[in-house]
Write a protein that binds this ligand. Structure first.
Ligand SMILES: Cc1ncc(COP(=O)(O)O)c(C=O)c1O
Length: 458
């Protein structure tokens, strides 16, 4: 039989001959299909055999307004014909300037300086280095440590991984990493029986206070994922934690780094998650949705006060030194500007609120499922926690890979669902329709049934 060169099988075979994919045990592909995508269309991805997959995870949480969005694509094409790239030291360009102006305008008040990098992890590296260097420039070289939350994820370069606490990614590389102080996460799922999310947040702030009392003198910053700890299992917490954390950081003179890389740009119901706590962090890291899912770009926003600690005559040696060749890439900046223009021109957040409500209604019956311990949602992020035992919340052993079964079921039924261990979640592009959400949920429920080996869904 002749296999067409453009088919799934032919492309997957060529891929597996030379490529090495991220977040993957490549051996899995002896049984798990490699899916060659040739085209995107709104919330859909289309493979080489013409099969369609509804992108329930916005392609690693990046896509906002649909794949191959014509408006963003046109802006990109026009920029490519004008200026594709220029060194960003000593030179600048209009897309970078306009994007900085726009980011300063839309982020919480007080964030007036923008430093570009080219992916989420790089933005975290920038924020960590900038925080440390700020204190050094202020004569506090003894501040060399960071505080992170249990269950946090901030990326996988060595600095970003250092302040992450997801064993799957961190454990192997631990000997290479900085050691942060870990503060218990305000994660509402981990509360005591009967404790409200707000009470958990208050208790966790008390523990943060104790940590700061002991270690603030040697600590540069506390870093958190505002409202949702995404890669750690879509664990969610009450906004009052952020308000309290801002006050603690001020009291103990440590920086507050808000990693809004996954939760920024409307994911949690507001444009930025920090808005729900009415706080301005000292550093805000943005990426992913910044370009609507088109190109890698990230930005670290900070305050004038921090910027000024670096501003000195050259030989004072206070300049911030961190450079990537593609810093401020004009194509990426232009695409980000078009993405932000869509937020201005269309009622994105209002529509998301409707979609989020619909999703919540559809997921509600799952609360009664014998293998579901929790159904949680913050805006356009919803998650279902699968467990072996509902009463004790005993998890399914990781080696059973229940989530992988949901993933495989999704692929067979036209949905891209990619559970995090035993957590099945939804984080679709904002252009998804209610009917498409229904399809995603139906597919997920059928996949969960198969994965838990139960037939007792409501
Ligand atoms: C909260 C958060 N921070 C940082 C990152 C790292 O971003 P990147 O994958 O672009 O390096 C991620 C990626 O998932 C993330 O979710």
């Amino acid at each position: 039989m002749i296999i067409p060169a453009s088919s799934n099988v032919a492309l997957a075979t060529r891929d597996l001959k030379h490529l090495w994919h991220p977040c993957t045990q490549m051996h899995d592909h002896e049984s798990v299909p490699m899916v060659p995508i040739v085209r995107g269309d709104g919330a859909w991805l289309i493979d080489a055999d013409g099969r369609r997959y509804l992108d329930g995870i916005s392609s690693w949480w990046t896509n906002l307004f649909g794949h191959a969005n014509p408006r963003i694509a046109a802006a990109l094409a026009e920029q490519a014909r004008t200026l594709e790239h220029v060194i960003f030291a000593g030179f600048t360009h209009q897309p970078a300037i306009e994007l900085a102006e726009e980011l300063v305008r839309i982020t919480p008040p007080g964030l007036d300086r923008v430093f570009y990098a080219d992916n989420g992890s790089a933005a975290i590296e920038v924020a960590l280095k900038m925080s440390f260097h700020y204190w050094l420039n202020q004569g506090h070289g003894e501040k060399t440590r960071f505080i992170a939350l249990t269950g946090s994820y901030h990326g996988e370069t060595l600095g970003a991984l250092s302040v992450s606490d997801v064993a799957l990614y961190r454990k192997t590389y631990a000997p290479l990493l900085l050691t942060p102080f870990l503060a218990p996460s305000p994660d509402a799922y981990e509360g005591e029986p009967g404790e409200s999310p707000e009470q958990i947040a208050t208790r966790r702030l008390g523990e943060m206070r104790v940590l700061l009392e002991r270690h603030a003198h040697e600590t540069c910053a506390v870093i958190v994922e505002p409202l949702v700890q995404c890669a750690g299992g879509m664990r969610m917490y009450h906004p009052s934690y952020l308000t309290g954390l801002r006050a603690l950081c001020d009291e103990f003179a440590v920086h507050f780094i808000a990693d809004e890389i996954a939760v920024g740009f409307g994911r949690t119901g507001t444009l930025f998650a920090c808005e729900q706590a009415n706080v301005t962090p000292d550093f805000m890291c943005l990426s992913k949705g910044l370009t609507g899912g088109f190109l890698p770009l990230s930005a670290v926003l900070t305050t004038t006060g921090i910027y000024e600690a670096f501003y000195a005559e050259y030989n004072a040696g206070k300049a911030f030194l961190h450079s990537h060749s593609y810093t401020g890439n004009p194509l990426a900046c232009r695409v980000a500007l078009e993405t932000l223009a869509i937020f201005r021109d269309e009622p994105v957040l209002e529509r998301n609120r409707q979609l989020a409500k619909h999703l919540a209604t559809r997921l509600e019956p799952l609360r009664d499922h014998p293998h579901v311990a929790d159904v949680r949602q913050t805006g356009m992020i919803a998650a279902i926690e699968l467990v072996a035992d509902k009463v004790s919340r005993r998890p399914f052993p990781a080696v059973e890979r229940r989530g992988l079964q949901v993933y495989l079921h999704g692929l067979q039924h036209g949905a891209l669902l990619r559970p995090l261990g035993n957590v099945v979640y939804f984080m679709p592009p904002y252009v998804v329709t209610e009917q498409e959400l229904d399809q995603l949920v139906d597919t997920a429920i059928a996949g969960i049934e198969q994965a838990v080996g139960s037939t007792s869904l409501p």
